[in-house]
Design a protein around this ligand. Structure first.
Ligand code: MN
Length: 210
């Protein structure tokens, strides 16, 4: 079987300097080409010769507790980074629109309050991990964070959900530019969120309940 086609390592969907000045070129180069690539390579090694080679990644996640830690860490590292690159774009003044905008206000009372709670999830994640905006099994929005390379699609998640937006809060995501100041990176992150992409994920996620 050709696993290369099944689990693809995609190039960044923009140039390495596209997120400047909020996320710097060198950070993106190392983060994508070295760190993300290493998770990808290690993921393929970890599933080599197993049934997982022919499985959908979401199917792997929903059974992740049955598999070795190397699969959990590297499948998460592979998927989470792909998801993170795609929910960012060159800086703009774009805000959520349409159905997603309404759902955010309904769930969090305002966009500002949503930003505050999502930022807090990233700031308070002890050690390394990710902050997430997700859809729960009733189609409502919720914010959570996961340790290491875990994600809300995994069966070990505190609360499972369909991810819509993620933010990497590992030090490697910000240390070169922001050093120990994780909150400064989190403030900067809001300038590069691709709300169009997040809105599409929301509508696709909602459709999965129909
Ligand atoms: Mn990372």
């Amino acid at each position: 079987m050709n696993t290369k086609n099944k689990f693809e390592f995609q190039p960044l969907p923009y140039s390495y300097d596209a997120l400047e000045p909020y996320i710097d070129k060198l950070t993106l180069e190392i983060h994508h080409d070295k760190r993300h690539k290493a998770y990808y390579d290690n993921f393929l090694n970890a599933i080599k010769g197993t049934d997982m080679e022919s499985m959908d990644i979401k199917n792997i996640f929903s059974n992740i507790s049955k598999y070795p830690m190397a699969v959990r860490n590297n499948s998460g590292g592979y998927f989470n980074h792909t998801f993170y690159w795609k929910n960012m774009k060159a800086p703009g003044s774009e805000l959520p629109t349409g159905k997603l905008s309404e759902a955010i206000v309904k769930s969090f009372s305002s966009f500002e309050e949503f930003k505050k709670q999502f930022s807090e999830a990233g700031k308070t994640r002890f050690g390394s991990g990710w902050a997430w905006l997700c859809l729960d099994d009733k189609g409502s929005l919720f914010i959570c964070s996961t340790p290491n390379q875990d994600n809300p699609l995994m069966d070990i998640a505190d609360k499972k959900g369909i991810p819509l937006l993620t933010m990497d809060v590992w030090e490697h995501a910000y240390y070169l530019k922001y050093q120990n100041k994780r909150p400064d990176y989190i403030d900067a992150f809001w300038n590069v969120v691709n709300w169009e992409k997040v809105s599409k994920r929301y509508e696709t996620g909602l459709n999965s309940f129909k």
